[in-house]
Structure formats: C-alpha cells, structure tokens
Design a protein. Structure first.
Length: 176
C-alpha cells in the first residue's frame, strides 16, 4: 500500500483510489450499450438470413394413377386409396365411374364405409352419406365432394384431387 495513494473519506475511513480499479461505472454502462446494439444487429441479421430460406411445404402431387378399370367391381365402393389419398372410387353397374373425396363436409373427418348398411358414416359427429355421396343424416351441410377421374394413355384411371366438384345440398348427383 506504500505505492498506492489512499484517499480519506468524509467519515475518516479509507476509500480506494478510483483510478486503481479496472472498470469504472462509465465503462460498464458503455459496454452494456454496445452489447445491446450488437444484439439487435445480430437478431436482425438472423431474421434476414431466415427470410432468405422461406418455409415451404412439399406436398405429394394431387394427381395419382389408381388402377385399370376392369379391376373395379361394379356397385362396390373401392377403399384401397382411403388411407393414403383419402379417396373412394366407385364403379356403377352401367360401367361408369366416380370418385369421392373421403373428407366429411361437416368438420373434415374421414368417414368409414359400412357395406352391410350401404352407407358412409362419419365417426366424429355421425353424419351419414349414401353411396353416391348424398348426405341424409347428421350435421353435414352438404354431400361429399366428387373429384375428377380420367383415363390415362396406359389405360389406368387417373384421380385428380386438384379438381373438386362441390356437390350442392339437396340435389341428387345425377341432376347436377
């Protein structure tokens, strides 16, 4: 303590020389201010970098090839694509086809096909649909949606879920 100057306080006690400390109060506040500025710039750069890589959902194609028309039994609802594509394909007795979107028009649940009762039944709120998609019971406001079917050059039925035909409430599908 011989080298160091010691100051006397107002009460007679010794206080350390302010020049002998490493950090002053001004240095600490200055450092905190610059750290705040650096934090804001860093967060802005991170947000800008994130903006350059947008969030993109890669969904499977809404178009898929189902099967050859002769592999469908007339009058039977084919459920092979219910789980993977949420689609039913039905072949009428006259040989024509239609595809129904397996999404309930009430809240979007996936209905089940009950062949013994010859109807689709939604497990969520009990909406019932006839084999042609017409709603007849429960809270569903309209029939099941139909989707586009076409025949490919290879002779396969091609389902296009991108083209939906919204069925009107209270109108039979053959009258629309």
């Amino acid at each position: 303590m011989a080298d160091e100057k010691v100051l006397k306080g107002a009460h007679g006690g010794e206080i350390p020389n302010p020049e002998a400390t490493i950090w002053s109060r001004r240095d600490i506040f200055s450092l905190a201010g610059w750290a705040g500025v650096a934090g804001v710039i860093g967060a802005s750069l991170l947000a800008f970098t994130r903006f350059m890589f947008p969030r993109v959902l890669f969904e499977p194609s809404p178009v898929f090839a189902a099967d050859k028309p002769e592999n469908f039994v007339p009058g039977v609802v084919d459920e092979r694509w219910k789980k993977g594509q949420r689609v039913w394909i039905v072949r009428n007795d006259d040989g024509s086809f239609y595809a129904l979107l397996a999404i309930c028009t009430h809240l979007g649940c996936t209905p089940n096909w009950f062949s013994a009762e010859n109807k689709f039944k939604c497990p969520c709120h009990g909406s019932g649909f006839k084999p042609d998609g017409t709603n007849f019971e429960g809270p569903a406001p309209r029939p099941l949606d139909r989707i586009k079917l076409s025949l490919s050059s290879e002779g396969l039925l091609v389902v296009d879920k991108g083209q939906i035909f919204r069925m009107a409430a209270g109108v039979a599908p053959d009258q629309q």
